[in-house]
Design a protein around this ligand. Structure first.
Ligand SMILES: Cc1cc2nc3c(=O)[nH]c(=O)nc-3n(C[C@H](O)[C@H](O)[C@H](O)COP(=O)(O)O)c2cc1C
Length: 223
């Protein structure tokens, strides 16, 4: 029987309010449409709540406003961060979800841990909204032991920076640093992952971007 608790410390003993963690968030619209997307979460001091800062033009944002609940899917598998950035993610999403324990939003199968939550407070910002979320229940998923690979962390870094190109362009913020950082992350993945895997990841990442971001990036990377 997997451990299930109301306390984050029981299941994730080392998490800290001083760090932002990258997770996959599953949410549901008023009409019952399910979504999954990579998001950052930051625990508040008592660890019984955490903060999500979400761009207003995302599906995750509208789902959190509409239904006020969700599931934090904890994984260190970089492929999932790339897959759930993709525009056509509905294609595989429905085969990869199952019912959660308490909240009426599904979780992804085979994650390392889960946190089910309710939104308690919404704070309006310029292009984002902050959601203060209350932990309903936290539990173990499948245990995975894998040595550290630079490719994994470089891939997630690459995915984060790629996902920022479009919002930065919309807000008139320079994307020069993003492009440099993406290029550096790609160099690391090239060095530390096999050619086949590298090509596959890059193709999926590029296909997740809107046309404007994708062509700017391809031009910068001379692809
Ligand atoms: C690792 C990672 C972390 C991310 N964190 C956030 C975040 O905290 N807030 C946000 O609005 N977008 C974040 N993004 C970008 C969203 O995942 C991206 O905009 C996504 O397309 C939103 O999907 P949706 O429209 O289906 O909700 C992150 C992306 C990655 C790869």
């Amino acid at each position: 029987m997997k451990k299930i608790s109301k306390s984050i410390r029981d299941i994730l003993p080392t998490v800290s309010p001083d760090l932002i963690y990258e997770v996959i968030l599953t949410t549901k619209s008023r009409d019952g449409e399910i979504n999954a997307a990579p998001m950052g979460i930051k625990f508040l001091d008592n660890l019984s709540s955490f903060l999500l800062s979400v761009y207003k033009d995302t599906k995750t944002h509208s789902n959190l406003i509409e239904s006020g609940r969700g599931v934090v899917n904890v994984t260190r598998n970089p492929i999932l961060f790339i897959k759930y950035l993709a525009k056509d993610k509905e294609r595989y999403l429905h085969e990869e979800i199952e019912d959660a324990e308490i909240v009426d939003v599904p979780r992804l199968k085979n994650m390392e841990a889960y946190i089910e939550f309710n939104v308690e407070e919404v704070i309006d910002k310029i292009s984002r909204r902050d959601f203060i979320c209350k932990v309903v229940v936290v539990y173990e998923g499948v245990g995975i032991i894998e040595p550290y690979s630079r490719a994994v962390y470089a891939l997630v870094e690459c995915a984060v920076n790629m996902s920022r190109i479009e919002p930065y362009l919309d807000q008139g913020i320079s994307i020069e640093r993003l492009l440099k950082s993406i290029s550096y992350s790609i160099d690391i993945v090239k060095k530390t992952a096999s050619g086949k895997i590298f090509e596959e990841y890059l193709k999926t990442l590029l296909s997740s971007l809107p046309e404007r971001s994708s062509s700017l990036l391809k031009e910068y990377l001379s692809l």
